[in-house]
Design a protein around this ligand. Structure first.
Ligand code: GLU
Length: 310
């Protein structure tokens, strides 16, 4: 059967899923299943230093335990077709396409290569001090002779990107506000922005549902997908779960993760709490994902971030 609606889970296996991650996964599932679409599980194991396949297997198990299924994609022990770690040839092609369009330059700053493979987190600001774009060929040769390996940055135009977020409405940003960004680290690992854009286009994803902290990445990804010749998906961002101090939950910190949650609740209790927290249930009750699907529409989901006690 061919599907016009295709969504995805795209977790990075850097820790156990936490309550915020499962809120986004649940909303991705509801979005696709309420439209009879197809769901893909793509494992975002770009960064070898931060990817742990024990976590990946636990993620798959946690989603299944909650009743959040998928149709195609990564299953533990079933090949690497849907893992970013095995899709480098596609990122190479995109890299060369950007290079042919004269949109890339080598960046020798050591700061800028950090974290580029992982999805950005709030507070990770761009480094505006980089002037590598203006190095002469001779300066580049000198740096290489000293053993410096460059990261690669893409040159963004002075262009306003606009999209209509399915949940938050019209969003606009000039790409220059965040500036040129890294698409390949100096150790050869492709950056999150490039890999996600290539994969969403290649897998014909029509519906990206993810947490609101990735909203600012969406402008970059829309622009990249357009250059790569793909179809731009619809984007629906979800509210964040934050602690009283305003801190976003973190996978790496182990905040309210599925290990704790599975000891405290049954799947129906946990889905009931998530349903109440995001506004789909007026009052808490035990409930399955399938029951929530019958109540689901984006205009019933809260827009404000959701405060939780941790
Ligand atoms: N892999 C990213 C993460 O786990 C999500 C990327 C996305 O949904 O675009 O934070």
């Amino acid at each position: 059967m061919s599907h016009s609606i295709i969504g995805r889970y795209a977790p990075s296996p850097s820790g156990r899923l936490h309550m915020g991650n499962i809120m986004s996964s649940l909303l991705a599932w509801l979005d696709v299943r309420s439209q009879d679409g197809k769901l893909i599980f793509r494992l975002e194991d770009l960064d070898p230093d931060r990817s742990d396949y024990d976590y990946a297997a636990l993620m798959a198990d946690d989603l299944q335990w909650l009743g959040l299924d998928w149709d195609e994609g990564w299953f533990p022990g079933k090949g690497t077709e849907f893992t970013q770690g095995a899709r480098t040839h596609l990122y190479d092609e995109a890299f060369h396409l950007l290079q042919d369009k004269n949109l890339l330059y080598p960046c020798y700053c050591s700061r800028s290569q950090r974290l580029a493979a992982s999805a950005p987190h709030p507070g990770e600001k761009r480094d505006s001090s980089c002037s590598c774009r203006y190095l002469s060929d001779r300066q580049r040769v000198e740096l290489e002779a000293k053993g410096k390996k460059p990261a690669w940055k893409v040159i963004v135009p002075d262009e306003v990107i606009e999209f209509n977020d399915v949940h938050y409405g019209r969003q606009t940003e000039n790409l220059m506000e965040q500036g040129d960004f890294i698409i390949r680290r100096s150790d050869g690992v492709y950056a999150y922005q490039l890999a996600v854009s290539v994969d969403d286009a290649d897998m014909k994803i029509s519906s990206v549902v993810r947490a609101r902290d990735l909203m600012s990445s969406t402008f970059k990804q829309i622009w990249l997908i357009r250059i790569l010749g793909g179809t731009i998906p619809n984007y629906a961002h979800c509210p964040l779960l934050v602690s009283e101090k305003g801190r976003k939950l973190s996978k790496r910190e182990g905040d309210l993760n599925m290990d704790t949650l599975r000891n405290l609740y049954s799947p129906e209790q946990l889905i009931g709490h998530l349903g109440e927290m995001c506004g789909l249930l007026k009052t808490y009750r035990e409930c399955t994902a399938g029951e929530l699907r019958d109540l689901f529409s984006w205009d019933r989901v809260l827009k404000e971030d959701i405060l939780i006690n941790i």
